[in-house]
Design a protein around this ligand. Sequence first.
Ligand SMILES: Cc1ncc(COP(=O)(O)O)c(C=O)c1O
Length: 310
Amino acid sequence: MFANTPVEKMFFAGRDIFLKRDDLLHPAFSGNKARKFAYFLAHEFAGIKKVIGHGSPQANSLYSLSALAKIKGWQCDFYVDHIASHILNHPSGNYAAAVENGANIIDLSRLGGRSSPNAGGRCQEYIEQQVLPYEPTALFIPEGGRCGYAEYGVSILAKEIVIWSKTNNISNLKVFLPSGTGTTALFLNQYFIREQTDIRVITCAAVGGDAYLRQQFSMLNSDISEHPQVVNVGKKYHFGKLYAELYTMWQRICASGVQFELLYDPLGFIVLEDYLQASDQGSVMYLHQGGLLGNDTMLPRYLRKFASDI
Ligand SMILES: Cc1ncc(COP(=O)(O)O)c(C=O)c1O
């Protein structure tokens, strides 16, 4: 259904790298989610009437789940720990687009009376214990699409990269991408190893630290020899917070003429720049995973905070 996104050249940190334009896959499924949710799009789910997810009210996955539900004719229930009042008063980006698609966004902090969880991370537990037993016709997708189903679509992406590298006679390709749950990086690297290719994945942790990321890999695959290489970010960045150097990097990479998103890509390119400077001249591909709708909320925040001094 979604296939073969183009590979372009990009000049970065003094050298040419390849850019896999997965952002061009489908407007409703930021590249990352199109791959992770491909299984659900390609298969029939008899008896399923609803999809249930959870995460941040600004998450790319909220919008993509709402789009999936719309295509499938399912209801979409998305649980969040909390919705900030400015989001409710001025809906934008992924949140607004999901509401437009008919998603039912449930704020657990407002569910009085029931044992509502009040901290992140307990959302999944709440759904599993208090929601799913009463929803026999619902399909549950864990936060960010971190589940075995993602292997299906990510393997299609991996195969495209293998075919491209063979066609272009590129050996020892390194595929670089920033990770959240690590699902995409893990299933890509696993595919490259199991298919006995010389392609390997290098990633960095955009959410949590390296130990958290490795733990996420292990939840999907306990064989650490198949895990991607994790490059340390060097500084603690809180996911979703605003940092001048991330904004500056975002401006630099967007000057290439391609739009990038503001949560993962700037950090990815900061880490990639260090990596390129420390490594030999081998071929490197950056995976553009889409997510541009999130800029509708991130960019105004950056402009409010830094417009005067950047
Ligand atoms: C644009 C973008 N980049 C990167 C990621 C991280 O992907 P993963 O959770 O598979 O590590 C996501 C997932 O939310 C994303 O939307």
